[in-house]
Design a protein around this ligand. Structure first.
Ligand SMILES: [Ca+2]
Ligand SMILES: [Ca+2]
Length: 125
């Protein structure tokens, strides 16, 4: 499966209602560097990088929570196949994401999908 596209879809759900910047990729790189360089010396040292990664992971956990809440229209705490159709990437991989095979995606299954997508994106793997 195309995990990168899935990761982007997962991250983008909370932003669906918001206007996208003209060049999202460049804006992302710029904001990432600025966010990492906490003492603004134009360089990112190891401590800054580590702190940024930790913040990034907790932010992504929040974005999964927000995505999950946005998709769970009937608020029963799980995503049915019908609810998943609002995000084509998730609908497409629904069966693969439903690791316990109960026909619904739990928050845990969504988090696992995020972790799997992260791992697939990690350099050198
Ligand atoms: Ca639901
Ligand atoms: Ca499931």
């Amino acid at each position: 499966m195309n995990k990168t596209a899935l990761l982007i879809a997962l991250c983008a759900i909370p932003l669906i209602a918001q206007a996208a910047p003209a060049d999202p990729k460049q804006a992302y790189i710029d904001s990432t560097f600025t966010a990492m360089d906490s003492n603004k010396d134009g360089r990112v040292d190891k401590a800054e990088f580590t702190a940024y990664q930790q913040a990034r992971f907790s932010k992504q956990a929040d974005s999964i929570d927000a995505a999950f809440a946005a998709m769970d229209k009937n608020k029963d705490g799980k995503i049915s196949k019908e609810e998943a159709t609002v995000v084509p990437e998730i609908a497409k991989y629904f069966t693969g994401l439903d690791t316990d095979g109960d026909g619904h995606l739990s928050l845990k299954e969504m988090q696992q999908a995020m972790v799997a997508a992260q791992t697939a994106d990690a350099p050198g793997k």
